[in-house]
Write a protein that binds this ligand. Sequence first.
Ligand SMILES: Nc1ncnc2c1ncn2[C@@H]1O[C@H](COP(=O)(O)OP(=O)(O)OP(=O)(O)O)[C@@H](O)[C@H]1O
Length: 332
Amino acid sequence: MPTSSREGGRRSPAAISVQGLRKSYGEKTVLDGIDLHIPEGTVFALLGPNGAGKTTTVEILATLVRADDGRASVGGHDLAADPAGVRSVIGVTGQFAAVDELLTVQENLILMADLHHLGREEGRRRAAELLDRFELTEAAAQPGTALSGGMRRKADLAMTLMGDPRVIFLDEPTTGLDPRSRRTMWEIIRRLVDDQGVTILLTTQYLDEADELADRIAVLDGGKLVAEGTAEELKRRIPGGHIRVRFAEPEQLAAAVQVFEVAEADQESLTLHVPSDGSLPMLRSVIDLLDAASIEAAELSVHTPDLDDVFLALTGSSRRQADATTQLENVR
Ligand SMILES: Nc1ncnc2c1ncn2[C@@H]1O[C@H](COP(=O)(O)OP(=O)(O)OP(=O)(O)O)[C@@H](O)[C@H]1O
């Protein structure tokens, strides 16, 4: 089924399609019916807390672990009927880098070239190109043991790219990296998608990573997808946002407090925070209510929640969500 790759962009077929994926280990249900549709040439983030089932999802889609139930296709190859076909189009980099400690970075790359039967000349050419692209040329002669965490991740991804994969699974690609190395990784990942049109499924516990990189995000919690959408859609979906109304006079604020019973007033800054889902109708109703009561506002701004609010609201903290939703209903 074709799907738009970006909002307003060209339509492209799914690189990864998953229906009803289930997996249990003994009594424990790890994946409880997962559906995914990831268009070609996009970055999709699977976001979730520890133990949510992110790695298990990747392991199944990468043919490393067998699902108990459900269907999936990767790069047009059915996971159950054609696992070799799936393996021919994917690359996987895990939380534990595959770089051989005793070989140099260049030797690691050549080893991958040999595994992909690229031939001596082509293998060396590709290794040099990847070393250059990942700014690893100077580290080419260093053994794996001498690499920093950031360099190791880059070398690992470079090794994955030796196979020229169309679909790449990145399992927590920046866990443990310092902020500068994380930024470098993000740039590399984004360029892979923009320049080469590969599809990336990344798992992460970092909200800023999903926000920065992903075209779409699915939030996984306890083996279930609890939400899916763009970062903006997810932020809009949950309460936590508000409309901030500032007044010039304390009397105006006092009058507004009578109108918006559930709003929080700050006497010092003469502002009122009205809970809001960030939608236009909500904003209009606030303005209408102020107008109807003949209260003049000096300034009005809309604040939407960040992904942190989304994560907290959707993964385990249902009480908080319920409270905020009730507030919203009251304002309407
Ligand atoms: N081989 C296994 N045998 C038994 N239980 C397993 C196995 N692999 C994973 N699990 C369990 O499945 C659950 C999900 O694990 P998974 O590694 O997929 O989560 P995750 O979302 O990737 O977490 P993390 O962010 O900690 O890597 C966990 O409770 C884990 O203990």
